[in-house]
Design a protein around this ligand. Structure first.
Ligand SMILES: *Cc1c(COP(=O)(O)O)cnc(C)c1O
Length: 374
């Protein structure tokens, strides 16, 4: 094994897709943005397609373009489409586009005119997130949509929105967002616009909010075997998900130190006893958050060894304990499913004051991904 590697278990990806099929009758869209949450765009998309997913979704247009160029034929939507993107390529490659503004709509229509295509569009509605989506401009938007439809310049295939608090199922905001969405869809219907696809459910809503499933559900974090919210919905295991990523590295060095030795930049940690330290070959340049604390660490020689001191750019140090059998050159598991005793992604998230999404997505391009079937 090289210095560090992220093993991606494609069987886990497939398991997590089977699980979602048992939770909904809607079509399934696999969310593969951000390099498939750090798991690798093409292999994950392929595993998803092999397990019968209906749609692929990305944030960036270039991610959707890469999918098409790799031969993926199923419907693909890109939903972060600012002005100035390469809409001609998108339309040539039959990529569905999300629209939230009249500005982007105008650019897409003009790109479509140039190449003689009718764009397939999904209107995003701001139902309370105040992020993407048409908000107060709704009436103007409808007028413009009406004109373009009459002139046969666009095809409205979808309407969609996004929940702010689907991981908090008791929050009334969820049903408020849903009814706002339904109202806006009715307005479109009243104009004679009947989009084939309505979608708002993310992983949390798939698990907790059946009324929101509509025609497509967008399965993101669940695809990777992680819980959308460990505190409110329980961990992966409770939901029946299998985490797909296992991060491994090496001990660059194992050394004995005396009690009272300072460790790392800022000398923020001091050993309490005589102990052995292990220097792990990963750092914040690889996506290990610098603010990680000793609630995380690595698994080596059959034991957990907690992090000690600050994470550096390319290395961090763990406290192996005086009796550890670990030695220079050994492989360590930084995180995994937890089955063998290793730290989980959720534990790392907690140790860094963040969420599991950020831990996996941050693992950078210096760490090769390899694909397994366990
Ligand atoms: C990222 C994203 C999702 C997936 O969310 P999860 O919580 O990972 O399931 C769904 N829809 C949109 C618009 C997103 O940006």
């Amino acid at each position: 094994m090289s210095r560090a590697v992220a093993e991606i278990n494609l069987n886990a990806i497939e398991h997590n897709l089977k699980l979602v099929k048992n939770k909904t009758n809607s079509k399934i869209l696999a969310v593969v943005k951000a390099d498939a949450y750090g798991h690798g765009l093409i292999p994950v998309a392929q595993a998803a397609v092999d397990s019968g997913v209906d749609w692929l979704g990305t944030a960036l247009l270039e991610e959707a373009i890469i999918l098409r160029k790799n031969g993926f034929k199923l419907p693909i939507i890109a939903w972060l489409t600012p002005c100035g993107e390469d809409f001609e390529s998108a339309l040539n490659l039959n990529i569905d586009l999300s629209i939230s503004s009249l500005e982007v709509l105008a650019e897409i229509v003009s790109a479509a005119k140039k190449i003689g295509k009718i764009p397939r569009l999904h209107i995003e509605i701001d139902t309370g997130m105040s992020r993407g989506g048409v908000g107060e401009e709704w009436e103007d938007f409808l007028v413009q949509i009406g004109h373009l439809l009459t002139e046969n310049k666009i095809n409205i295939v979808g309407v969609w929105s996004h929940f702010a608090r689907a991981d908090e199922p008791a929050e009334v905001m969820n049903s408020q967002q849903l009814s706002f969405f339904n109202d806006r869809v009715l307005k479109l219907n009243a104009m004679g616009v009947n989009p084939e696809f309505l979608h708002l459910a993310n992983s949390a809503a798939v698990i907790t909010f059946k009324d929101s499933h509509k025609s497509i559900v967008r399965w993101g974090i669940g695809l990777y075997g992680l819980s959308p919210d460990v505190e409110n919905l329980g961990d992966s295991k409770l939901i029946g998900l299998k985490p797909a990523m296992r991060l491994k590295a090496k001990l660059n060095l194992v050394k004995k130190v005396k009690a009272g030795s300072t460790v790392g930049y800022g000398a923020t940690a001091i050993t309490k006893h005589d102990t052995k330290l292990g220097v792990v070959t990963l750092g914040y340049a690889d996506g290990i958050p610098r603010n990680a604390n000793n609630l995380a660490g690595v698994f080596v020689a059959g034991q957990r060894a907690p992090l000690i001191g600050r994470v550096s750019m390319d290395q961090f140090v763990v406290d192996l304990g005086i009796d550890s059998l670990a030695k220079t050159g050994d492989e360590v598991i930084v995180f995994g499913s937890g089955i063998d005793g290793e730290y989980t992604i959720d534990e790392w998230a907690k140790a860094c004051g963040t969420i599991n999404y950020e831990i996996v997505t941050r693992i950078g391009p210096r760490v090769p991904r390899i694909y397994t079937r366990e």
